[in-house]
Design a protein around this ligand. Structure first.
Ligand code: GDP
Ligand code: MG
Length: 165
């Protein structure tokens, strides 16, 4: 991977078991990994083409059961070196970064499952996204529904933010 390409950093946050690793691995490798160590956090990088431009995406897949120490967020700022606890991720990340304009996407994963398995209604999720001022996208790491869309949209937001700074 060429070092001089623009690098867009994404972090997956959310409760355990929601499919952060499955989404990351589906996007990275085009495979649905059904059993991934729930305690494992890792980062992934690959070269991608975004609207005809070569760039790199870096995805940090957090493991959720511990505080996220020294993580890098969606934006260029690196190694915040503070701690987040569970709860309102949007608010906590903005507070830790002291920044209200961090690009976010709220993802509702496992859209392939029957509606009876749904834990959060579309209305609740849409309302939360409106409150956070971010898009809401339903995905399936299993069928690859909207997986590329999530990361592409995030990279567009990150790029736009960098261009505006
Ligand atoms: P994480 O703890 O957020 O990283 O969650 P994982 O990626 O480890 O996924 C937790 C469980 O949900 C695993 O058994 C996955 O196979 C399953 N899973 C993840 N994404 C999907 C999905 O889109 N559809 C279905 N049906 N199962 C999924
Ligand atoms: Mg995981």
């Amino acid at each position: 991977v060429k070092q001089d390409l623009p690098l867009h950093k994404v972090i997956m946050v959310g409760s355990g078991g929601v499919g952060k690793s499955a989404l990351t691995l589906q996007y990275m490798y085009g495979d649905f990994v059904e059993e991934y160590d729930p305690t494992k956090a890792d980062s992934y990088r690959k070269k991608v083409t975004l609207d005809g431009q070569d760039c790199q995406i870096d995805i940090l897949d957090t493991a959720g059961q511990e505080e996220y120490a020294a993580v890098s967020f969606f934006i260029m700022r690196e190694h915040v070196g503070r701690y987040l606890r569970r709860g309102d991720f949007r608010e906590q990340i903005s507070r830790v970064l002291d920044d209200d304009s961090v690009p976010f996407i709220l993802v509702g994963n496992k859209a392939d499952l029957a509606n009876s398995h749904r834990k959060v209604t579309k209305e609740e999720a849409t309302a939360k996204a409106a409150e956070w001022g971010c898009p809401y996208i339903e995905t399936s790491a299993k069928t690859r529904l909207n997986v590329d869309e999530v990361y592409t949209e995030l990279m567009r937001k990150i790029r736009a933010r960098k261009e505006s700074q």
